[in-house]
Design a protein around this ligand. Structure first.
Ligand SMILES: CC(C)(COP(=O)(O)OP(=O)(O)OC[C@H]1O[C@@H](n2cnc3c(N)ncnc32)[C@H](O)[C@@H]1OP(=O)(O)O)[C@@H](O)C(=O)NCCC(=O)NCCS
Length: 180
């Protein structure tokens, strides 16, 4: 019987590490989004990644600290004037490494940083029917805002390439961050 791999290291992606993290696939996003990341990382956007001792990708999550200006989304999130909620996205743990608590640890990293920046809420959208992701988020304390909207989503094929964006119905979930 083989020894299970040690739990990966959770770290943030920095402007200095981004190029290498994209090249090694530690961060995996659509090429158009990757271009924008060079400007945004360490500013409005951060990524947290899980990395094995051998430098292999074990998971990622992104966060947009600017949140949303969409009035419908803001209303669903219960955001007053001037309030912001950080938007979590790009959550993924590679097949073969799931169900070890990696996604939960990535969420925790984002939420800890959000609390230290003074955010009271984080939110995300999850495709209708993605019961696994939904189970992750609800077990972490996210609740459904009741907002469901169709938005274009980039989906990666098994060969790693991206096709045209596909319109998908998304449910918006929010989590209130505690004071502790
Ligand atoms: C969703 C995803 C990120 C979960 O990653 P993971 O590292 O396996 O999740 P964790 O091990 O941290 O699971 C945390 C909790 O989520 C729930 N969960 C995770 N996988 C589950 C499954 N297959 N069935 C039911 N519940 C599940 C459980 O409550 C779990 O806690 P438990 O193991 O103590 O019961 C992963 O399955 C994935 O990458 N899926 C494809 C991409 C995707 O859908 N991303 C989300 C986009 S919104």
């Amino acid at each position: 019987m083989s020894t299970p791999e040690p739990f990966p290291t959770i770290r943030s992606v920095t402007p200095d590490s981004l190029e290498a993290d994209l090249a090694t696939g530690i961060v995996t996003v659509h090429p158009d989004i990757a271009k924008g990341l060079h400007e945004a990382i360490g500013g409005d956007i951060d990524f947290f990644v899980a990395e094995s001792g051998e430098g292999k990708a074990r998971g990622q999550v992104g966060v947009n600290w600017a949140g949303t200006t969409n009035p419908e989304t803001r209303a669903a999130l219960g955001l007053g004037k001037g309030n912001t909620a950080a938007n979590i996205a790009f959550m993924e743990v590679p097949e073969g490494h799931r169900r070890r608590g990696i996604a939960r640890a990535l969420l925790q990293a984002v939420e800890t940083e959000a609390v230290s920046r003074g955010y009271r809420k984080v939110f995300l959208s999850v495709a209708v029917g993605n019961t696994v992701a939904r189970a992750l988020y609800t077990s972490d304390g996210f609740v459904d805002t009741g907002l469901r909207r169709e938005t274009p989503q980039f989906e990666r094929s098994p060969d790693g390439t991206y096709g045209k964006p596909v319109r998908k119905k998304m449910d918006y979930l929010v989590k209130e961050l505690g004071d502790s």
